[in-house]
Design a binder for this molecule. Structure first.
Ligand code: GLN
Ligand code: ZN
Length: 759
């Protein structure tokens, strides 16, 4: 058996986010195109250099981008939406960034989640254009690496099936035409790479781990048979990741030279499939054994055992040892962190450390010297040390999670009873108006917070400032005659960080950025220990706001599933248990708010849908424990206390059951851009609880007029009853400016008053 190490892809943002900075400087015209491209080249080469120094056998190229790799692929094939007025030939940067971000004349292409990650790609649009190869960028990257380092890198491309599946704009008939136009271009790109000396070409096909029906499997076969016929000389590594390969028995026989499987996220099914069907002798197996999605050091003894077990089950003669997916989903290096406690830091592995792990595993397997491998035993020691850390041994929390019972998931009375009681107690008008929580984070708010963080401002002065801003906005809301007020969230930067800093078990990094979309990067907190409620987190601000007004002020919390899905999460206990820990902590906060006299409490779950498994057959289990976690956080209140929740999407058709199962008294959802669809689905799946439809889009500075919002409300009342209907914008207002916010809310309240008169 021969072993080679490789990564499916490596982060491109740079340890100091120099990629992001260069990009944004170029957009601001602070860098010329030449200087910008030169900077990008430096970053590209530096990351190859790093991977070579670590000792990776096969370095990947083509995993770098100037914005997004799906967009790169689309542009490479001339898939430029007509509204950008492109005339053929090379696609200039101006057009490229136009598609990504929109320009004066044309709106940007849609952006959506890359499988089950928090990365978002640009959705290619097929409009029947004639496709052409505009530029073989992958070849350029391949040659660049050859020239700079004398290496034969492995070029990577998003594979034709995945690319086609994620492109929009075709129907069953035009899909055939689209694929027929696409395949010769893939062939051409691959041919040019082979001619230039590429030994291996990686085609990334994550779509092959989703649920595939028979026609889809057929299509995949046809695509790869066609490629094998037109470029028989190419060694294609068909790369899958994020889950186990669907239709293993059939797809494993595709006419390619190698297949990559994810033995981390798809471990059970891929192993089972290997056991049952084996692995073809004439192919190279690329085994994803180091987790490309998490930040934890791997137990290298276990990883080596996994590789051995895989070896036993295949007749392949060559094995690649690789990360389970591109390392783009993890930060670059733990070496950049200076403030983490050593026990934690030592148990972390970001992209660079993961590459080291790959090389160590390969060395270990080659030498077969079990006892002496230093790194292997070090990895076990680091994991063991963190396991013993007091932060993971809060017995009270463990006991509390173990003793959670089904009763803890239920409110005292059913919804109908609560609705009656709450109407009596709260005496809200028909169609109560409210907002989602945050108000504009003005430059002054941001500046003051940052001064306080840098200790240039005392705790007291900062608290005074936040209180002033809250007071000002309570007055604004009263003047607007909004019915249920919010305190405005001025003390929060971020929905998760704010709570993470006050709960136990969280750690925060300095430089652990990952790209979320385009140049936007996020720095998720790390949940590394037991999560427990330590101190009231929102009571002071909420009670203060409530003391200023006779109207109700909603308490505002981030839900357990959203906190989970927007963090890096410990892997030593099930995600469900971590979520229950968070839920139990939030339950205490909900109790504290109620005790402080807060009658309405909103628990946001915008990321509930984000965590859905890739295979639909696994949705049920996920929804079971996530719904229960939400209920655990919210059910321990009096019938009079009204629980709200909020979500930032409205794919209602396949989601109404779990949403209703949350048993929140009122739900607010983002519907302003698609209320027609929502109304259609509410026709089919009636919803009985309180529901606030987003009547205007907060993502744009535009101020909608009264009539527009009134129409949305009138239409909605065809499928919703008068006593369940709430009125609100479709998300929090923190990114908006003050004047447009006030103007839009004034129109919203006016529309509501008109509606009340019409009833
Ligand atoms: N309460 C949060 C806010 O208003 C909700 C944000 C969100 O849904 N993403 O900002
Ligand atoms: Zn939202």
């Amino acid at each position: 058996m021969t072993y080679s190490t490789t990564a499916i892809g490596y982060p491109y943002i740079g340890g100091e986010r120099e990629w992001k900075k260069a990009l944004e400087a170029f957009w601001r015209n602070e860098l010329t195109e030449i200087d910008f491209l030169q900077k990008m080249k430096e970053i590209r080469l530096a990351r190859i250099d790093k991977q070579l120094r670590i000792g990776l056998d096969i370095v990947t190229v083509g995993d770098f981008t100037l914005y997004d790799r799906m967009l790169d692929t689309a542009v490479m094939f001339g898939l430029v939406p007509k509204r950008f007025g492109w005339q053929g030939g090379k696609v200039e940067l101006q057009t490229y960034y136009g598609i990504a971000r929109g320009n004066q004349d044309a709106v940007a292409s849609e952006m959506t989640k890359w499988f089950n990650t928090n990365y978002h790609y640009i959705v290619p649009e097929f409009e029947g254009q004639a496709l052409e190869l505009t530029e073989n960028k992958i070849l350029a990257d391949f040659l660049e690496a050859k020239e700079a380092f004398g290496i034969t890198a492995k070029p990577t491309l998003i594979g034709p099936y995945t690319f086609c599946k994620l492109t929009k704009g075709y129907d069953k008939v035009s899909q055939v035409a689209f694929i027929l136009a696409l395949l010769p271009l893939y062939t051409q790109v691959i041919k040019e790479l082979v001619t230039a000396g590429a030994n291996w070409i990686q085609l990334e096909e994550p779509a092959l781990v989703t649920s595939l029906d028979e026609t889809e499997v057929k299509l995949v076969q046809e695509i790869y048979i066609q490629l094998a016929a037109t470029v028989p000389e190419a060694n294609i590594m068909l790369q899958t990741y994020f889950e186990s390969l669907a239709a293993y028995k059939t797809l494993i026989e595709l006419p390619v030279k190698g297949i990559g499987l994810d033995f981390v996220h798809g471990y059970t099914h891929n192993m089972e499939a290997l056991r049952q069907f084996g692995f073809p002798q004439d192919k190279v197996l690329a085994a994803g054994v180091i987790n490309g999605r998490d930040i934890w050091r791997a137990n290298l003894a276990e990883v080596s055992t996994t590789v051995r077990a895989i070896e036993q089950l295949t007749s392949a003669e060559e094995l690649w040892i690789q990360s389970s997916c591109s390392l783009q989903h993890v930060p670059i290096s733990t070496e950049l962190e200076t403030k983490l406690e050593p026990v934690l830091k030592n148990a972390l592995a970001f992209a660079d450390e993961k590459l080291v792990e790959l090389t160590e595993v390969a060395k270990y397997l080659k030498e077969k010297n079990h006892a002496t491998n230093y790194t292997i035993s070090e990895s076990m020691k680091a994991i063991e040390a963190l396991k013993k850390h007091s932060v993971r041994n809060n017995q009270a929390v463990h006991r509390a999670v173990q003793t959670v019972s089904t009763q803890d998931f239920e409110r005292q009375s059913d919804f109908k009873t609560r609705q009656r009681i709450q109407q009596q107690a709260l005496q809200l008008p028909l169609f109560p108006t409210t907002t989602i929580g945050s108000f504009p984070q003005s430059d002054e708010v941001k500046r003051t917070r940052s001064a306080w963080r840098k200790k240039q401002l005392s705790d007291e002065a900062y608290a005074t400032f936040v209180a002033q801003e809250t007071k000002r906005w309570i007055e604004i809301q009263e003047n607007l005659e909004i019915d249920v007020l919010v305190h405005g969230e001025f003390e929060r930067t971020d929905m998760v960080e704010y709570f993470g800093e006050k709960l136990t078990g969280f750690a925060f990094t300095e430089k652990a950025w990952v790209v979320s979309y385009g140049s936007r990067c996020v720095k998720p907190p790390i949940i590394y220990g037991d999560v427990a409620w330590a101190t009231p987190m929102t009571v002071k601000e909420t009670a203060y706001a409530q003391s200023l007004t006779n109207r109700y002020v909603k308490g505002m919390l981030t839900g357990p599933v959203t906190i989970l899905n927007w963090s890096f999460v410990r892997d030593d206990i099930p995600r469900k248990d971590v979520t229950y820990q968070i839920a139990l902590a939030l339950r205490k906060e909900v109790e504290a708010l109620e005790a402080a006299g807060i009658a309405i409490i909103q628990v946001d779950e915008p990321a509930l849908r984000e965590g859905l498994p890739l295979r639909t057959e696994n949705w049920g289990a996920y929804l079971d424990w996530t719904v229960n976690a939400f209920k655990l956080a919210t059910t321990n209140v009096k019938d009079e206390t009204q629980i709200h929740t909020h979500m930032c999407y409205c794919e209602f058709n396949d989601f109404i059951e779990p949403i209703s199962a949350l048993d929140a008294d009122v739900l607010s959802i983002e519907t302003s851009r698609s209320h027609g669809e929502l109304i259609a689905s509410l026709h089919i799946h009636p919803y009985e609880k309180g529901i606030g439809l987003g009547v205007y889009d907060i993502h744009s500075p535009r101020v909608p007029n009264e009539q527009e919002m009134l129409t949305i409300m009138q239409d909605s009342l065809q499928v919703l009853s008068t006593n369940q209907f709430w009125v609100n914008p479709d998300c929090g207002l923190k990114t908006r400016k003050e004047p447009e916010t006030i103007a839009a809310l004034a129109n919203m309240v006016a529309a509501t008053k008109t509606l009340r008169q019409q009833i």
